[in-house]
Design a protein. Structure first.
Length: 282
């Protein structure tokens, strides 16, 4: 019989312990489940939302067999090798402000990793968590996917973070993990607690400010942790159009502002962004 304890580097999460710690009075989390295996935590939580799951419900999976990323990409990882978590939100702020939620999740992940793993990571606009590799390309540690719930005023925020993924388990050469980056700790329990607490704090500030990211301090926190700003980038937009220039800031909706060589400022609301090396800049 295969046990979750066979791999001592990847112990299982304790659902009851997490519930006691995170569902305490005054806390952010209203409900929390740790599932052994799901295709996607976002899909599982969206189904729960349709059945009436409350705001701030959380689903964590020990294994995702068909996790989803942006643009319909799918991925999977070995059991207990990462954090696979989704958070259900029923925001009482204008719909136009929801575009800040993936950036808010990034700020929370950035804080949690720094606090528990002792590792300096950065955010790549709009939804990647990366670690610098000297002169080499930044390695992607995780990503964020936000999906609205059909027929409801609700959204699911999915966060995936590679924790103990080994070199031979990387899905692509550009990927990485906390362990491979030299993290001081790869214990998923305190990492998850820190992530949800940080998310709850930032969500509370953002909601109290009516979704105004600048008033909540969220815009400034994101700018300080974003590796994209100040870099030359290529934004690959829908319709096979590329925009090349310097990422100079964010607009009020969280879109990336790119200034091209002819000084045109373009707001990028969707699309892939590539950090360019000096030799690739033209």
């Amino acid at each position: 019989m295969v046990s979750a304890y066979n791999d001592l580097d990847r112990p299982p999460l304790d659902e009851r312990s997490l519930q006691r710690a995170l569902m305490a009075p005054g806390g952010f989390v209203s409900a929390l489940r740790v599932l052994p295996s799901v295709e996607s935590t976002n899909t599982a939580l969206a189904a729960a939302a349709e059945d009436g799951a409350p705001h701030a419900s959380v689903v964590v999976a020990e294994e995702q067999t068909a996790g989803r990323g942006r643009l319909g990409r799918t991925w999977s990882a070995p059991p207990r090798s990462g954090l696979f978590v989704s958070i259900l939100l029923r925001p009482e702020v204008p719909l136009g402000a929801w575009t800040w939620l993936p950036l808010l999740a990034g700020v929370a992940a950035h804080e949690a990793v720094g606090r528990t793993a002792g590792l300096e990571v950065a955010l790549k606009w709009p939804n990647d968590i990366v670690v610098a590799q000297g002169e080499a390309e930044d390695r992607k540690l995780g990503g964020i996917l936000c999906e609205t719930v059909s027929g409801q005023n609700a959204i699911v925020v999915g966060i995936g973070l590679n924790v103990t993924l080994r070199e031979n388990e990387l899905p692509v050469p550009q990927a990485g993990s906390l362990a491979l980056a030299g993290a001081e700790s790869t214990d998923r329990d305190p990492l998850l607690r820190a992530l949800l607490r940080s998310f709850g704090t930032w969500y509370g500030r953002w909601a109290e400010a009516g979704g105004d990211a600048r008033a909540a301090g969220l815009a400034e926190a994101y700018r300080e942790s974003c590796a994209t700003l100040g870099r030359r980038v290529r934004a690959e937009l829908p319709g096979q159009r590329d925009v090349i220039g310097v990422a100079t800031g964010l607009d009020p909706a969280g879109a990336l502002l790119v200034t091209t060589a002819d000084q045109e400022e373009v707001a990028i609301g969707a699309g892939d962004v590539v950090h360019l090396r000096p030799e690739d800049a033209n």
